[in-house]
Design a protein around this ligand. Structure first.
Ligand code: IPM
Ligand code: MN
Length: 358
């Protein structure tokens, strides 16, 4: 059956990096006669400018019917002063919630050739390979009630950090299963020393460990994990955490590899529908300059092939081609140590060349 792919380039460098991913996808479709149907639509600030909403109804409707969404990036100073519902980020948050993309997989790994690009000493990050499993549709991001109350003195604001047992079980299951396929270790991260919701989280995760006797489960407090990620990141295999802590920890983990432009992510639901996006943002300061690194977006296409499009072998080929690209010495500007670098628009052709030879 034909698979539906929706491409949402979004804003800033989102446009450039998705266009590279499209080139690679186009090559795969022709070469392997894939039955994929591709649609491209606006999202984020670009959609707001053209259609008056960061996620127009027809885009959301199309997303709901798609197997995989390739999402570039959204946001930029141009839209910073818009009201809450019009902000570009709403496109992301609504897609996550409406499609129930509860499992956010954020790998952080190092290509050893790029160790010098990391802010951390080489011996600490060598062979770095962590998977952060972040809960994406619950917790304080979406908890009710929430409000800014300005007609009282003093004025105040509040959010609600809330998880029910089903939400914790389903994300923990994804994380335990990922650990089974990787190094067999899972670290669950919360603030059980302060928050009821975290104490509850820990008890549910602990309880689930009995179904995964082959996984070594540990628990850490989020502030300590922030420190441990920098001091000794190789103690981690899979980390599972809530929406907010996962957001923060995944930025730290991505920074370790020195090249946020290399890291993909997947957000999937229980029917394997998924949204795939690079970890980097829209980088308005370099948008349109043809210097963005499209590898994270192309690697995200790889994750889409693996998790939503039933093409695991092609996903492996993309990963291998990216490795080869790096080991052959190609560097985009963000990871180049001298003045020489390949432009955004040149990367896909080089990767396709490698794919053809592999
Ligand atoms: C991310 C981003 C988003 C988040 C923002 C843009 C809403 O930081 O995907 O990590 O906080 O989830
Ligand atoms: Mn974030």
């Amino acid at each position: 059956m034909s698979k539906e792919i929706l491409i949402l380039p979004g804003d800033g460098i989102g446009q450039e990096v998705t266009s590279s991913a499209k080139e690679v996808l186009g090559y795969l479709i022709t070469e392997y006669s894939l039955d994929f149907n591709i649609t491209e639509m606006d999202a984020g600030g670009t959609a707001y400018d053209k259609h008056g909403s960061p996620l127009p109804d027809n885009v959301l409707a199309k997303a709901k019917k798609s197997d995989a969404i390739l999402f570039g990036a959204v946001g930029g100073p141009k839209w910073d002063n818009l009201g809450w519902d019009d902000r570009p980020e709403q496109a992301l948050l609504s897609l996550r919630k409406e499609l129930e993309l509860f499992a956010n997989l954020r790998p952080a790994f190092l290509f050893n050739e790029l160790a010098s690009a990391s802010p951390i000493k080489n011996h600490i990050i060598e062979n770095l390979d962590i998977l952060i499993v972040r809960e994406l549709t619950g917790g304080i991001y979406f908890g009710e009630p929430r409000a800014i109350v300005e007609d009282e003195t003093p004025s105040y604001a509040f959010n609600t950090m809330i998880y029910n047992e089903d939400e914790i079980k389903r994300i923990a299951k994804v994380a335990f299963e990922a650990a089974q396929k990787r190094g067999g270790k899972l670290c669950s991260v919360e603030k059980a020393n302060v928050l009821e919701v975290s104490k509850f989280w820990r008890s549910i995760v602990t309880d689930m460990a009995k179904y995964f006797p082959d996984v070594e489960l540990s628990h850490q407090l989020a502030d300590n994990t922030a420190m441990q990620l920098v001091l000794n990141p190789n103690q981690f295999d899979v980390i599972v955490s809530s929406n907010l802590f996962g957001d923060i920890l995944s930025d730290i983990a991505a920074t370790l590899s020195g090249s946020i432009g290399m890291l993909p992510s997947a957000s999937i639901n229980s029917s394997s529908q998924g949204m795939y996006e690079p970890c980097h943002g829209s980088a308005p300061d370099i948008a349109g300059m043809n210097i963005a690194n499209p590898i994270a977006m192309i690697a995200s296409l790889g994750m889409a092939l693996k998790y939503s499009l039933e093409q695991k072998e092609l996903a492996d080929k993309i990963d291998a081609a990216i490795k080869e690209f790096i080991s052959q010495g190609y560097r985009t500007k963000d990871i180049s140590t001298n003045d020489e670098y390949v432009k955004t628009s040149e990367v896909a052709a080089i990767l396709i060349g490698i794919l053809k030879n592999g």
